[in-house]
Design a protein around this ligand. Structure first.
Ligand code: 13P
Length: 339
């Protein structure tokens, strides 16, 4: 068997009006989200929930790839099929989160650096054998008084590039995710500045570390005011500033930009993606790699109840369809009522 080709994978992930489902919450994170809607978090409820999402009838029309967590990629669906095989059979490319989380950055107590490089080459080999074809690494950039520091941006960019190079060497297409957080009272201008500095540093490191831009997908935040900022920007302004920032910083050789939803409501994340797509043509495919915005309604309607699997799958299908329409610039707010 020849090694999988990251360029081919990256292209497929962002093609055809489809996007990526992030279902790679760490056990701690999914437990918090389950608890918020009254679901017990056990290995089996986590498995059942992720199976529900990935077997939702027809959803591969909208979803090209799914990012899994280490626990999930080792689990089997209820019919005994290993998760990665089950996904592949449904026309969805299996991906894997390979970072081990954001930790406090030494001597910068308000900032974080993402860990997970130790043993990564060997883990990549194992994941490729299990069927994974792409990976994710999320760097966290906090915006606030005097931050992000150059120190935080630089250390995270360096780690992202080390991860990306190792992925491509091993046959995985890396999703490079530097996320400037929406938490805080910062303005959209501050978000623009932090995102621009971060993306410039990330692409400089990717170049130094010989990462093929054609064999990766960028997963950035949108340029948006902080959640607590009294002055919220319009949908159109978010789209304009986001595209402006990306045009300054993201080489045209990158096949696709797949946004994260980052704590926006499902409706906001869909409307912003739509407005961004409508500003095209763009040098890259514009698509999505959402966790919360895609899963919110499904998780709430499932509630851990076996008899509600079908209802939850319909909710997931409906949101995936809207987000896919938005990715093509064909979404309208009226569609929310019909969904
Ligand atoms: P959200 O869409 O919930 O921000 O999650 C995307 C993701 O994968 C964060 O790493």
């Amino acid at each position: 068997m020849s090694a999988p080709d990251p360029i081919e994978t990256a292209r497929t992930l962002v093609a055809g009006g489809r996007g990526i489902l992030a279902a790679d919450e760490s056990t701690g994170t999914i437990t918090k989200r389950f608890q918020a809607v009254g679901i017990d978090s056990t290995a089996d409820t986590r498995r059942a929930y992720r199976e529900l999402l990935l077997t939702a009838p027809g959803v591969s029309e909208f979803i090209s790839g799914a990012i899994l967590y280490d626990e999930t990629i080792r689990q089997t669906a209820s019919d005994g099929t290993p998760f990665p095989d089950m996904i592949k059979e449904r026309g969805i490319i299996p991906g894997i989160k390979v970072d081990t989380g954001a930790k406090v950055l030494a001597k910068a107590p308000d900032e974080k650096v993402t860990e997970g490089l130790d043993g990564l080459r060997e883990r990549i080999t194992e994941y490729v054998e299990m069927g994974a074809r792409f990976a994710k690494w999320r760097a966290v950039i906090t915006i606030g008084e005097g931050i992000p520091s150059d120190y935080c941006i630089h250390t995270n960019a360096h780690a992202l590039a080390r991860y990306a190079a190792l992925c491509q060497e091993g046959g995985l297409a890396p999703i490079v995710e530097p996320e400037a957080l929406i938490d805080g009272d910062h303005t959209i201008e501050q978000c623009f500045e932090a995102t621009e500095r971060t993306l410039r540093a990330v692409f400089a490191e990717l170049a130094i570390q010989r990462v093929s831009l054609e064999g990766m997908v960028l997963k950035p935040n949108m340029v948006i005011a902080g959640k607590q900022c009294p002055k919220q920007a319009s949908v159109q302004e978010v789209a304009e500033q986001t595209i402006r920032c990306l045009r300054f910083t993201v080489p045209a050789a990158v096949p696709g930009v797949a946004f994260l939803s980052g704590g926006q409501t499902p409706q906001q994340a869909t409307a912003h993606l739509d407005a961004t797509s409508r500003m095209g043509p763009h040098p890259w495919q514009i698509t999505f790699s959402y966790a919360r915005a895609l899963q919110d309604a499904a998780m709430r309607s499932w509630k851990g109840d076996r008899s509600r699997v079908g209802t939850a799958q319909q909710a997931f299908y409906a949101r995936a369809q809207l987000v896919s329409l938005a990715r093509r610039g064909s979404y309208t707010a009226e569609m929310e009522e019909a969904a």
